[in-house]
Design a protein around this ligand. Structure first.
Ligand SMILES: O=c1ccn([C@@H]2O[C@H](COP(=O)(O)OP(=O)(O)O[C@H]3O[C@H](CO)[C@@H](O)[C@H](O)[C@H]3O)[C@@H](O)[C@H]2O)c(=O)[nH]1
Ligand SMILES: [Mn+2]
Length: 709
């Protein structure tokens, strides 16, 4: 009898759906009321030429509210149809029926990305349980990344096998070998000075060819090929997308598996069954053949209990799950299985197309073009040996000029247009009609290392924002390019990421304008007895409660809410602003796009502080200046404001304007501690606090001039 049990299930999260839609309608209605109130008010002051009410602050605050409303509206697309998925890998057909998979791991910089860690990622990928007979692993150990495995206590899994003396002895033996292996790698890295050189020939090496294709005790090992592409100083290498495209070509020629797993070098496989889980979608005949990729969330192994910098990016992953309820998750750069043909657009190629045409798209290698044919059987490495001819072809495919004047990076492979190649490639794939799936199993399939210090977070986030801004203002703007090619809701999701950086405008505005007005006795919000006061209070409460609901429903506590609010403000004031600036400079050609990899080398002192939940403000002044300046400004204004109110009794008119600085001060309390109270980590503190106070005085005096209008 044919097996009719489903390979996967998709469930609508009903409670979330009801809560989300209720929120959309009530909050949306309140926003309309706010817009009515503001337009009406502005209309009144223009009509009656009210000289006592300044125009500018009202307009600025209104514009801020409009931007916030616009972004809120975009983000509701993620909330529209929340779903979750489940897979049943045990129902997959036998191993002989499973398609093969190529695994790509990128690494760029051996100082920031220590080779030992890359090896860990690599070993964990080679130990994937796919198909089981490819790698025989005793004891069903789940954690197959050596570093994580030796750190963790497998006996915690409650399995007697793990406490047997035989197992422990074996584990110890392997651990010793692993330590030896680590030392050897460190030595090699030390002795190789030209590792990061930007000027070198391609280098290809099949690590386990005929001599070492079989491991000790006759275990067959997956084929492992090391590819270092050619790099030249004045030749654009297109960062990670460029690296992935070289791997696509080389693997197409050598093994040509129909599926590909992409991993960052800092992300190891935590569950060896991920490939089987992904196959539950690809091999499901009920799912459209347009299924292009299966994305797993990025989870991290180095997140502390409090996660004071929101390094886990909790708010991102529910978004990917949300858009999965529309037509599929976005691409997140790592931890995804993708069909090879998706990246080639081969289905668009006509049967009778001639070779010259194909070369224009795919580059000059005829051997590679042969691999595009459906029935192509790669004969390279059939006898697991790298012959001279073969090597020559691979080097050609890995040369730096191979993809010039072809469609690589534009319509073929990972796209080059933006440094957020994952987001941009995903956008293109969805616009080409592919769909995708998001799977978030209880045991994370992949674990990466998160950035856990302020400077790193700043650099990383600013890079993302710059990349997104480039897309936002280009012809690929999801609001224009999207709706013609995919659904409106899906376009809104992509647009939310692209335009999110706009948030820095309203945040700056709301951290300065109401405060200055408070000092000058100008009231910008309805007083407590005005019915519209309820509208403003409702909007604030509704957005905070929704945030709290999301935090709690993803298994976190109220403290996570406070931290996320804090870090969100911090990112808005710095990363979003600098990122937007960088993006714009790149577009007008005053700055070159760059992809500075994050630093994965562990700094013991910093990571200890993070684990203890202590903010480390030893970051660049560029990052701290906006935060400190605005904190001091809000603090000063709040104190003066309270004193003034008792004096002139304006409490009712000024309630909201007092509340805004108060909220900012409380949420960002650690900044206060860092500037004024803390005894440890004082480096540079005095200088930064002083400079920020000076900046604050400048804002206060210039602001007063502006307010006259
Ligand atoms: O010129 C480069 C720069 C980076 N990388 C590799 O790209 C990966 C990601 O780099 P990382 O420094 O870890 O950046 P993150 O900001 O942490 O990466 C996130 O953001 C990237 C850009 O959006 C995505 O590609 C990643 O998958 C996603 O994890 C690493 O394996 C790097 O070795 C390259 O291959 N070439
Ligand atoms: Mn990373």
């Amino acid at each position: 009898m044919e097996n009719t049990l489903p390979l996967n299930l998709c469930r609508v999260k009903k409670t979330n759906l009801i809560i989300n839609r209720l929120h959309i309608f009530t909050h949306g209605f309140a926003l309309l009321a706010l817009i009515y109130y503001r337009t009406n008010f502005l209309f009144q002051i223009t009509k009656f030429r009210d000289k006592n009410t300044p125009f500018l602050p009202h307009v600025l605050v209104f514009l801020s509210e409009l931007i916030l409303s616009f972004l809120w509206l975009l983000s509701q697309a993620f909330q529209w149809n929340p779903i979750s998925r489940k897979v049943f890998p045990e129902r997959l057909p036998g191993n002989d029926k499973l398609p093969s998979i190529d695994v790509f791991i990128c690494t760029a910089n051996p100082i920031k990305e220590p080779s030992v860690d890359v090896m860990n990622t690599l070993i964990s990928a080679m130990a994937l349980d796919y198909p089981a007979d490819k790698l025989h692993v005793k004891y069903e150990v789940k954690t197959r990344c050596p570093e994580a495995y030796f750190l963790a206590d497998e006996s915690e899994e409650g399995n007697e096998k793990f406490s047997s003396t035989e197992f422990i002895a074996e584990k110890k033996k392997i651990e010793e070998k692993y330590e030896e292996f680590k030392c050897r790698i460190l030595k090699i890295v030390e002795n190789t000075s030209s590792f990061t050189s930007r000027d070198h020939d391609p280098l290809i090496q099949a690590i386990n060819d005929e001599n070492c294709g079989v491991g000790p005790d006759e275990t067959e090992m997956p084929l492992l090929v090391y590819v270092s592409r050619e790099k030249r100083p004045f030749h654009p290498h297109h960062f990670k997308a460029g690296a992935l495209n070289v791997l696509l070509r080389v693997s197409g020629y050598i093994s040509n598996s129909p599926y590909i797993l992409v991993l960052d070098c800092d992300m190891y496989c935590n569950d060896p069954t991920s490939a089987r889980q992904a196959m539950c979608f690809f091999l499901d005949s009920k799912i459209s053949p347009k299924l292009g990729f299966v994305q797993f969330p990025q989870k991290f192994h180095n997140i502390s209990e409090n996660d004071i910098y929101d390094s886990q990016l909790r708010f991102v992953w529910p978004k990917l799950e949300g858009v999965d309820g529309l037509r599929g998750s976005m691409l997140a750069g790592t931890g995804f299985y993708i069909k090879r043909e998706v990246l080639y657009r081969t289905s668009d190629i006509q049967e009778d197309v001639d070779l010259v045409q194909l070369q224009k798209s795919f580059g000059p290698s005829n051997e590679f073009i042969k691999s595009l044919q459906r029935n192509y059987k790669p004969n390279a490495l059939k006898d697991k040996e790298v012959s001279g001819v073969l090597l020559k072809e691979i080097k050609f495919l890995a040369s730096c000029s191979y993809d010039s004047n072809t469609k690589w990076g534009k319509e073929v492979g990972f796209r080059y247009f933006s440094v957020v190649e994952d987001y941009f490639t995903g956008l293109n794939l969805h616009c080409n009609g592919w769909i995708s799936v998001y799977l978030d199993p209880a045991r994370p399939c992949f674990l990466g290392s998160a950035t856990t210090n302020l400077n790193e977070i700043f650099v990383q986030y600013t890079r993302w924002v710059a990349g997104l801004v480039e897309v936002a203002v280009s012809r690929f703007s999801p609001l224009i390019y999207g709706p013609l090619r995919m659904s409106i809701l899906q376009s809104m999701c992509y647009a939310k990421f692209a335009y999110d950086s706009l948030i820095f405008l309203p945040i700056y505005c709301l951290a300065i304008i109401p405060q200055l007005c408070l000092l000058h006795g100008i009231h910008l919000y309805p007083k407590v007895s005005n019915p519209f006061f309820i509208v403003f209070s409702f909007l604030f409460l509704s957005s905070q409660l929704k945030h709290i609901q999301e935090v709690i429903s993803t298994g976190h506590s109220i403290r996570t809410w406070a931290i996320e609010q804090r870090i969100w403000m911090l990112r808005s004031l710095t990363c979003y602003m600098y990122g937007t600036l960088n993006g714009i400079l790149e577009i007008i050609g005053l700055r070159e796009a760059s992809f500075l990899p994050t630093n994965k080398a562990v700094n013991d002192e910093q990571s200890k502080l993070y684990q203890m939940g202590i903010y480390d403000f030893r970051a660049s002044f560029l990052l701290l200046a906006p935060l400190c300046t605005l904190y001091i400004l809000n603090l000063v204004v709040f104190i003066i404001g309270v004193a003034k109110i008792f004096h002139v009794q304006q409490a009712s008119e000024m309630f909201i304007q007092l509340f805004i600085p108060l909220f900012g001060i409380l949420i960002n309390y650690p900044l206060f501690e860092g500037m004024f109270l803390r005894k440890v980590l004082p480096s540079q503190r005095g200088r930064h606090t002083l400079l920020s106070s000076a900046l604050c005085i400048v804002i206060l005096s210039c602001g007063s001039l502006v307010l006259i209008y």
